[in-house]
Design a protein around this ligand. Sequence first.
Ligand code: FPP
Length: 239
Amino acid sequence: MTIPAHIAIIMDGNGRWAKARGLPRVAGHRAGVEALRRTVRAVADMGIAWLTLYAFSSENWSRPKSEVSDLMGLLKIYIRRDLADLHRSGVRVRVIGDRDGLSPDIRALLAEAETLTAGNTSLNLVIAFNYGGRNEIARAARRLAQAAREGSINPDDICEETFGHFLDTVDMPDPDIVIRTSGEMRLSNFLPWQSAYSELIFMPCYWPDFGRADLDEALKIFASRERRFGGVTAHGVAS
Ligand code: FPP
């Protein structure tokens, strides 16, 4: 079976999972962290090199204050509790998104996770936090324009590859698969540049219920699809 190099996941449905059980939304997010832990282990066991998880979008600030603070708290707890284990397992942690909008304690924690694990080579765990694709592209354009103004880049030389160097995902492979749970069929501003040729897989289960079996199913779906990257197939059918 074709094993992808990079899986990206939109972890959706925590709130509905909680509601279906008569629980507060935060209980869904807590169960979501458990699913995240399971998924990191499963992906590492499968020998997949990159896993990117959409943990907090730049649009999530519009949620009630208490929920935003719950999500910030869960990120802190997750990193404090799991960082040593992740490091021991050889996981390299990397964070994408707009750091400027985050509180100093979260910024420090994210930097600590990245620095501690910088030399690890088993799984690259990428956490998209305060991430929005359009924001990422706008920040990249700003830095590119600054580089042009300073004369370190010639505008005539700007191409897709040079632009990619200014994105948060520099040096990362594009995702082969983007999975979204909970039945919603949208990308919601997740990796719009990088997912141009990704296989999109929408799964009905709510994120807290996601497990190895769902990951296996997504890999089967991926293996059954034919990727053409705009070219032609063995049967000569144009994409
Ligand atoms: C979507 O569920 C989930 C999120 C807002 C982000 C994912 C968050 C976690 C897995 C828990 C936090 C983990 C970290 C590391 C911060 P939703 O609330 O949109 O669900 P709904 O659409 O059913 O309401």
